[in-house]
Design a binder for this molecule. Structure first.
Ligand code: SF4
Ligand SMILES: [Zn+2]
Length: 137
């Protein structure tokens, strides 16, 4: 058998933004799972983990909801973001979709755009209509 038959199975990596989870700080609350639309964060043995790097786009929507500061975004070598795989994961997730609501007016993400925010030590969501209340009130 020739050496040319050996296929290099090393996954190709690129230098890019990706979420970093500090396992020491993670208390296993699971709050970061739903905000990640791509389904990149899963709970493994009571800790948040990115098992499939290609699902994390590094946008950081998970960061604001973590009560312990366990989530950050770092730049490192990682599998490239795979949009198709993320879309497939989103479809799978449709079955376990958990709707988030604005902490001020209670509107759901089905009717308003929600943004993560931190207030009084808690991670909350706020809808775009209530943002002026946060700024001026
Ligand atoms: S939100 Fe933070 S503490 Fe909770 S599971 Fe995710 S990383 Fe861990
Ligand atoms: Zn609102």
């Amino acid at each position: 058998m020739s050496d040319f038959m050996v296929i290099n199975e090393q996954p190709q990596t690129v230098r890019r933004q990706i979420v970093r989870i500090d396992e020491e700080l993670c208390n296993g609350c699971g709050a970061c799972v739903a905000p990640c639309a791509e389904g990149a964060i899963v709970m493994v043995d009571g800790k948040a983990k990115v098992v499939r790097e290609e699902l994390c786009d590094g946008a950081g929507f998970c960061i604001g909801v973590c009560p312990t500061g366990a989530l950050t975004i770092e730049v490192r070598e990682a599998a490239p973001f795979d949009e198709e795989a993320a879309e497939a994961e989103m479809e799978n997730r449709g079955k376990v979709y958990i709707q988030q609501t604005c902490h001020l007016c209670g509107a759901g993400e089905d009717s308003r755009v929600l943004l993560p925010c931190r207030t009084a030590g808690a991670s909350q969501w706020v809808c775009t209509r209530c943002i002026p209340r946060l700024i001026h009130g």
